[in-house]
Design a binder for this molecule. Structure first.
Ligand SMILES: Nc1nc2c(c(=O)[nH]1)N[C@H]1C(S)=C(S)[C@@H](COP(=O)(O)O)O[C@H]1N2
Ligand SMILES: [Mo]
Length: 207
């Protein structure tokens, strides 16, 4: 087994698809080709002319975008693997949206800002250290697989934080609040892990 792997390496061949996938599936997870919907409540209906996205809290002045303004922001394609704490992992999901870096470029951050609360239409929220959403680690997506993001999956727009369990990827996201001291979000205050790194199996508080 080890031999085979090593000799393949020496031969300079590409790792086969299974081996490649194996290294991409976090511990305790299984692969799915489907795209399950997991929502703690009903899908909010958001008339697009009333949709807004806000950055507020520890910033010099809050910034708010309408849908039209949001679509005019610099956006790009992202292909990322996602893992849900209910144990499914989906590889190579394709999104289009705006990096959190590009959103934060519109505000002047107070140096005390260390954490972020992402909050959603419908009342959901999740908390993240600022460092988990910077440097292209996270984005607000409004297209999935080349089409407008479906309401069940968080459309018009959702946060995507692919390196953490998918509950951190707030659907129907409405804004980011910059804060100094961490405040647990919806699932985090119900016993989920505060950070949720799938590679460390940080599923529940105490993991
Ligand atoms: N607003 C909101 N965002 C949410 C949730 C939710 O209930 N409400 N569920 C979270 C959880 S637990 C998961 S696993 C993913 C599921 O996203 P999906 O339904 O697109 O698969 O969304 C996350 N974001
Ligand atoms: Mo989840």
């Amino acid at each position: 087994m080890t031999d085979r792997f090593v000799s393949r390496g020496f031969a300079g061949r590409r790792r086969d698809a299974d081996a490649d996938r194996a290294g991409r599936i976090p511990p305790g997870q299984y692969l799915t080709d489907g795209f399950p919907v997991l929502s703690a409540g009903p899908t909010p209906q958001i008339p697009i002319d009333q949709w807004e996205f806000t950055i507020e809290g520890l910033v010099r002045a809050p910034v708010r975008w309408s849908w039209e303004q949001f679509l005019a922001l610099p956006a790009r394609d992202w292909t990322v693997d996602i893992s849900c704490v209910t144990k499914w992992t989906k590889l190579d999901t394709r999104w289009h949206g705006v990096s959190i870096d590009d959103l934060l470029a519109a505000v002047e951050l107070d140096p005390r800002a260390q954490f972020v609360t992402a909050y959603s239409y419908g009342g959901y929220s999740t908390n993240l250290p600022l460092s988990d959403v910077l440097n292209n680690l996270a984005f607000v997506a409004y297209q999935y697989d080349g089409a407008p993001l479906e309401p069940a999956h968080g459309g018009p727009a959702r946060l995507v934080v692919p390196h953490l369990y998918f509950w951190k990827s707030a659907k129907w996201v409405r804004g980011l609040r910059l804060i100094e001291h961490d405040v647990p979000g919806f699932w985090e205050s119900l016993g989920y892990h505060n950070r949720g790194d799938p590679w460390r199996e940080e599923r529940y508080s105490g993991d």
